[in-house]
Design a protein around this ligand. Structure first.
Ligand SMILES: Cc1ncc(COP(=O)(O)O)c(C=O)c1O
Length: 385
């Protein structure tokens, strides 16, 4: 009997290193991976997701709609039917609406198209990465005291850095949770307009904040608003984000997005959510209330300090981010370290979860404080010997 050869074991294949493949632009090798590593934990507070998903009755409805969807067919080129719904929902001209599979894809397209990118520091990491991966010159202006906007420095950068480019500003700001006053932000937009820049206000968290800037952006070709279904809408898994801009800007961004790039399942999910938006305000209200509770309760913590937030997360300063991260993880609570960012030594970021999840976080945080205190007492005692 002839023996059949089994599949080749991957262990025995000599792949060589990427250095053997000369296909790629050399600058890409120096860029590190996206700063996130997935971990398993009972309580997941690491990605600023909503703790609440689509309500159960909407999920059932979605299952039925999916069943009726011919998945052997491509979706529309740029999700045109969804664009029409969104334009209606937002009260924005249809030609100025662009939908992508996550707002990250729109950021990437904008940063690739731009002659240069201006950012603040610290900021949402994807702006910088999108520029650097695509070889777009990148500059960041450090935020001032208390994560406030350095207006003069930013206006200077907009005037000095030519040719013009795209200026990304997350408002509410991530990773701090700060909210920049619309008048101040708009004065930067005027600076951008004066020097032919396009300013993109990333409003990923606007539902959790006191105001948004859609009204100011209407009719202002130098200002675009970026939004996502990943946070307040509770649809991070669906992957959908959108840009509200002038027709000209939208047309250009569409060119850079892959054709047929928004999956049919995503379109169905978002359409259903847009038909039933009532659940969002209710979920946002719960998250806001919990955010304030967490913020206030953390005031009693001996060594951790939360920053005020207008988002669905809290930035928390701790004596050491790695220690805090591991101690929380040991107690089943997964948060995100932020200490790789400039000026954020010791910082962790905690997504607001359900009340039960938040209680677990608080309990862990205060247990860790007790443990620290006991360790200190022990150290002090041994120092006396
Ligand atoms: C400021 C900001 N913009 C954009 C995104 C990404 O959104 P999406 O899930 O739509 O790609 C995030 C996600 O964390 C974010 O914090």
């Amino acid at each position: 009997m002839r023996r059949r050869l089994g599949p080749v074991q991957p262990d025995f294949i000599a792949w060589g290193t990427i250095g053997d493949v000369k296909a790629f632009k050399p600058h890409l090798l120096a860029i590190s991976d996206y700063p996130y590593s997935a971990r398993q934990a009972l309580i997941k507070l690491d990605q600023n997701e909503s703790p609440y998903g689509l309500p159960a009755e909407l999920k059932s409805e979605l299952a039925q709609r999916l069943q009726a969807q011919p998945l052997n067919r491509y979706p529309q080129m740029h999700a045109e039917a969804l664009v029409e719904r969104l334009a209606d929902f937002e009260g924005w001209p249809q030609e100025g609406v662009v939908v992508g599979p996550g707002s990250n894809t729109i950021i990437y397209a904008l940063a690739g198209a731009a002659q240069r990118v201006l950012d603040v520091e610290p900021s949402f990491a994807h702006y910088r990465r999108s520029a650097e991966l695509q070889g777009t010159p990148y500059q960041a202006v450090p935020l001032a005291e208390g994560f406030s906007l350095p207006r003069e420095e930013l206006l200077q950068a907009l005037a000095a850095e030519q040719p013009a480019g795209v200026f990304f500003l997350p408002n509410p700001h991530t990773p701090s949770g700060n909210f920049f006053a619309p008048e101040l932000v708009y004065s930067l937009c005027e600076g951008a307009a004066q020097h032919d820049w396009l300013m993109i206000i990333d409003e990923a968290y606007y539902q959790f904040a006191p105001a948004d800037m859609k009204r100011q952006a209407m009719g202002q070709p130098h200002l675009g608003i970026l939004r996502t279904f990943s946070k307040a809408w509770g649809l991070a898994g669906a992957r959908a984000g959108y840009l509200l801009a002038s027709a000209e800007v939208a047309k250009l961004v569409r060119k850079l997005l892959p054709p047929f790039g928004v999956p049919s399942a995503t379109v169905l999910t978002v359409e259903l959510a847009l038909e039933n938006p009532g659940y969002v305000a209710e979920h946002v209200e719960k998250v806001r209330r919990e955010r304030e509770r967490l913020y206030l309760e953390l005031k009693a913590h001996p060594s951790w300090r939360a920053y005020p937030s207008h988002t669905n997360f809290l930035l928390v300063a701790t004596p050491d981010a790695e220690t805090a991260f591991q101690a929380l993880l040991k107690r089943g609570v997964l948060v995100r370290r932020q200490d790789h960012l400039p000026g954020l030594e010791g910082a962790i970021r905690v997504t607001i979860g359900t009340p039960v999840e938040n209680d677990a976080f608080l309990q862990a945080a205060f247990e860790i404080a007790k443990e620290e205190e006991l360790d200190k007492e022990k150290d002090d005692a041994s120092g006396e010997d």
